[in-house]
Design a protein around this ligand. Structure first.
Ligand SMILES: *Cc1c(COP(=O)(O)O)cnc(C)c1O
Length: 380
């Protein structure tokens, strides 16, 4: 089946007892056993819950994986993946990445002996140089990166990781399986912040992990049950509900993003637009090769910090808030918000500076978004 159909049917008729069209919200912690040694297949909701299971099955199917696992947030999902490693292990991580991912490496996992090198994963030479023989166990890739929208060639990076006996983990939050499926390029694990495009309505926090092989699924499944950062039944249902319209939302969102990016690119007050859908973007052709679209995230550079502040304070249709991927357009100031925990030197090195704004483009009419930016930038 085509992905639009899988999405539209997310959670459809999973309850054979009643024939409910929509997967019921099984708001229960535990399940009655019919007799000693007999189970319905469900025993305790940390381990397995029917609503969460319906969601996990759809996510696994969408990402072409073996099994999916739903977590209480993207960070809970990423934590579960990091718990697969042990003290002494080393990871190579995209240097331009979600601030919370940086924070968890630096403030949480480093103290357990996990070490990390941040490298520009769009540059195969940089990845090669970062390998510590006998210690590097995985490459953790964000593509496009957050917030600079740099594109890593997945096929190349994954092949390199496997040559070196390392796992390839991809944070697929920005693209979603509708546009990009890293497991089909051989990646071992995909992680998601379901809070973003998968949920799509800025109303639920969620995370997901999809593993490619049975062996990896066993390991992630063990960690999910043992550590318990699971997604609750209500929130699992909200994610199923959101997924149904993912294809429609993303089509509209990326059409709007393309229009906004083109308008910004033509505007002589804007120094730079980072959107892989613009032909001049350095990752444009790689993105074309590995994804079926360019997504709805972009960032742009204004003349200076006072401009950034003015736009943030004056937008009316676009909302100034953290997060992304929802039907409502949001503008974010990475240096002060999502990337505030990244040290200044590292931010400057990668280019996350005070003239950079990030835009998550929603499903509004593109003209309204453009007019809003125009009035926000106009002289007082
Ligand atoms: C938001 C985000 C996360 C973290 O997800 P939460 O649901 O906020 O915990 C991880 N990676 C990327 C790329 C994100 O945008």
């Amino acid at each position: 089946m085509k992905i639009e159909t899988i999405l539209a049917h997310a959670g459809l008729c999973t309850d054979s007892t009643t024939g409910a069209i929509s997967t019921p919200i099984y708001q229960t912690a535990t399940f009655r056993h019919p007799a000693l040694g007999v189970s319905t297949g469900f025993d305790y909701s940390r381990t397995i819950n029917p609503t969460r299971l319906a969601l996990e099955n759809v996510i696994a199917e969408l990402e072409s994986g073996d099994r999916g696992f739903a977590f209480a947030s993207g960070m809970a999902a990423i934590s579960a993946v990091l718990m697969m490693f042990k003290s002494g292990d080393h990871l190579i991580v995209s240097d331009d990445l979600y601030g919370g991912t940086y924070r968890i490496f630096e403030k949480s996992f480093r103290q357990f002996g996990l070490s990390v090198t941040y490298a520009d994963t769009t540059d195969p030479g940089a990845v090669r140089d970062a390998v510590i023989p006998g210690k590097t166990r995985a490459v953790f890739i964000e593509t496009p990166t957050n917030p600079l929208m740099k594109i890593t060639d997945l096929e190349e990076a994954i092949e390199f990781a496997h040559q070196k006996g390392m796992l390839a983990v991809v944070d697929n939050t920005f693209m979603t399986p509708y546009l990009q499926r890293p497991l089909e390029f051989g990646a071992d694990i995909v992680v998601h912040s379901g809070t973003k495009f998968l949920g799509g309505h800025n109303d639920v926090l969620a995370g997901a992990v999809v593993a490619r092989s049975e062996e990896l699924s066993e390991r992630i499944g063990f960690i999910q049950n043992a550590t318990g950062g699971v997604l609750g039944p209500q929130d699992s249902w909200l994610l199923l509900r959101g997924l149904k319209t993912l294809a429609l939302r993303l089509e509209k969102q990326q059409e709007n993003a393309q229009a906004v990016a083109r308008w910004l690119d033509r505007n002589d007050k804007i120094k730079k637009v980072h959107y892989p859908g613009l032909p001049g973007h350095p990752g444009h052709s790689v993105q074309r090769k590995q994804s079926s679209g360019f997504g709805a995230m972009l960032s742009f550079r204004v003349p200076d910090a006072s401009w950034a502040e003015r736009i943030i304070n004056r937008v009316k249709v676009i909302t100034f808030a953290e997060s992304l991927g929802g039907v409502e357009s949001l503008i974010t100031y990475p240096v002060r918000q999502t990337h505030g925990d990244i040290p200044v030197e590292m931010r400057e090195k990668i280019g996350v500076t005070d003239d950079l704004l990030r835009l998550s483009v929603g499903i509004e009419h593109a003209d309204d978004l453009i007019c809003d930016l125009e009035q926000a930038m106009a002289a007082e």
